[in-house]
Design a protein around this ligand. Structure first.
Ligand SMILES: *[C@@H]1O[C@H](CO)[C@@H](O)[C@H](O)[C@H]1NC(C)=O
Length: 582
């Protein structure tokens, strides 16, 4: 009966709804690529890069053209993806300049009170795994409490990096801290003690020698700890864990995509008889870029293109494995990027290391469409119609309620959930998405609002502030590695800058009361929605505050003694070292 139903569904004779009661519950394979641009993929219009496996996923499934990341930055976007909530609700939105973690020994992270779709799936008997990048914190109070670790958030299995990939993870790629030195007040730090000493020498004041030397020593100590931390950055932050154990510190990048792919295939094979949820969180294509030897030099777009091609190959391997294990018809596959491409990425040798946002303006860390409009592909033969393109606004927060529905759990009622179940839209039961309003935050600051009124084709977007680009007519913040969300890096707009994305998807010409008769009434409706939204926010502890971002030596995970600079390499099998490379 089931196979008959499947055939009828496939040829379109039945309107097939996912039926969690009658059928076996579906499996989930979610793939998130880091910093991938929507304009990098063939199925979204790229003609020169070559992503046949991802393109096939789209042609056999649904392609979302207005799929919106909840944030233009990694840490908050991923927090929102896992929890179905705007990052501001979980405290995963920065209040200062920085909006992401830079150290494994920071104390912030996704709070345990948050419910992830992995936790819910696990409670429903699913085998759950995350392979690749986490970037949502590790420890709270000591270097092994693992309060923010994936295993504290519903993932039984983890193989990957707690932090993100960074230039500093690979020698020869420069440093993201390059600009930091400019901000350290070396002069101010040393001027104090030196002035004191001079005043003492010429006899204007008498300061005990101890005080002068003590101050100088303190400044020296702080500066040398900082330098030591930068010097050992890769060891301290770029390591692989399997489960809760460090297995490679620091990691070798070159064949990382291959290793992750093998691990994912093994997970699928191990769990083919059970129901499972796999979150394959690619470490690529974030800088420092890498590609394994068979992929190097293969694309027309340098190392960046090679890395995208390797990711595409990996997607192909995952799909082949599902096919071989006869799991394709019972697995919802999703592919996305955590945000837009990082346009500021030029290698230290001047090579372009950034992706492409197609017709959309700007990229990562901005709320222009290029920063938040990401690929969104959903694949589930027989349930989700093949070859469909959906232009309605959707969000990476929608996967949370979608998973909950399909695993047979109810959506928590004690908190606000901002995502909406995707299946009714995917299956054509409804024409319009439930995302009438979307709130685009830049860290903890409300940056822009999108309004898609029901019964209208308009997609209004109003900006309360926009980043200042360098040079002015570019689309990037080359002046800083990222665009920041606060003065003096932004311009405020009152009245807000208003666009209609349905007519101007590239956000090229803001509307005025002269060019748009509805100008004031649209802004009025948006203002009312903002009030309503703001009232729903409850105060929560900030997780990306300065005190939760700084490097805390006592939280530093390290697989060897400190004198060995935290280096080691261990075997696949937990607790069985293959060889210690020290
Ligand atoms: C395809 O992607 C590459 C790499 O991001 C980019 O340089 C190129 O401009 C894109 N081509 C098109 C037609 O969008």
């Amino acid at each position: 009966m089931n196979s008959l139903k499947q055939i009828l569904c496939t040829i379109g004779l039945l309107l097939c709804t996912a039926d969690a009661d009658n059928d076996r519950k579906p499996n989930f394979v979610f793939m998130m690529v880091d910093d991938l641009g929507i304009g990098d993929l063939g199925c979204y219009g790229n003609t020169t890069l070559g992503t046949p496996n991802i393109d096939r996923l789209a042609s056999e499934g649904v392609k979302l053209t207005q799929h919106i990341a909840a944030s233009p930055l990694c840490t908050p976007s991923r927090a929102a993806f896992l929890t179905g909530r705007y990052p501001i609700r979980s405290g995963m939105a920065g209040h200062g300049r920085l909006g992401v973690y830079l150290f494994t020994a920071s104390s912030g992270g996704l709070p345990r009170e948050e419910i992830t779709f992995a936790r819910v799936a696990k409670e429903q008997g699913y085998a759950t795994s995350i392979i690749g990048k986490w970037h949502l914190g590790l420890n709270c109070e000591d270097n092994a409490d693992h309060c923010h670790h994936p295993t504290s958030h519903g993932f039984d299995h983890f193989y990957g990096s707690i932090m993100t990939n960074l230039r500093d993870c690979q020698t020869g790629h420069g440093s993201v801290f390059h600009g930091v030195h400019a901000h350290i007040p070396y002069k101010a730090l040393s001027i104090g003690p030196i002035t004191l000493a001079l005043l003492h020498i010429i006899g204007v004041i008498t300061v005990p020698r101890k005080v002068v030397f003590g101050l100088l020593a303190l400044v020296g100590l702080v500066v040398s700890i900082f330098w030591l931390m930068l010097y050992t950055f890769a060891n301290l932050n770029c390591f692989l864990m399997r489960g809760e154990e460090i297995v490679e510190q620091p990691f070798a990048s070159e064949n990382l995509t291959q290793k992750m792919t093998n691990e994912a295939i093994e997970f699928l094979e191990r769990n083919s008889e059970k129901t499972f949820l796999l979150f394959f969180s690619f470490i690529q294509v974030h800088t420092a870029l890498f590609a394994s030897p068979p992929f190097r030099g293969r694309s027309q777009h340098g190392l960046y293109g090679d890395a995208v091609m390797e990711v595409d190959w990996s997607v192909g391997q995952i799909m082949k494995t599902l096919e071989r294990l006869k799991l394709k018809e019972n697995t919802l596959v999703y592919l996305t990027s955590d945000q837009g491409p990082h346009l500021e990425e030029i290698s230290i040798h001047g090579e372009v290391h950034r992706g492409c946002s197609g017709i959309y303006k700007a990229g990562k860390s901005t709320n222009w469409e290029g920063g938040i409009r990401v690929p969104g592909i959903l694949h589930w033969p027989g349930v989700v119609p093949a070859g469909q393109v959906i232009d309605e606004p959707t969000s990476n927060m929608d996967l949370f309620p979608t998973v909950l529905k399909l695993v047979g759990a109810s959506v928590p009622s004690d908190r606000d959930i901002d995502g909406h179940d995707l299946l009714p839209l995917l299956q054509g039961q409804v024409e319009h998405s439930e995302h009438e309003f979307m709130f685009h935050y830049c860290n903890a600051h409300l940056n822009a609002v999108r309004w898609h009124p029901s019964g209208s084709s308009a997609i209004w977007k109003a900006f309360f502030f926009t980043p200042i680009f360098y040079p002015e007519n570019s689309s990037a913040c080359f002046h800083t590695q990222l665009c920041f969300c606060i003065e003096p890096f932004i311009i405020r707009h009152d009245p807000p800058l208003l666009y209609d994305l349905s007519r101007d998807p590239s956000e090229s010409t803001p509307l005025t009361p002269d060019t748009e008769p509805k100008f004031y009434s649209v802004l009025e409706a948006i203002r009312a929605a903002v009030n309503h939204h703001t009232q729903s926010l409850k105060p929560v502890p900030a997780q990306i505050s300065p005190q939760h971002l700084v490097w805390k030596p006592w939280l530093q995970p390290c697989c060897s003694s400190l004198s060995q600079l935290c280096k080691c390499e261990r075997d696949h099998q937990i607790g069985q070292p293959r060889h210690e490379k020290l």
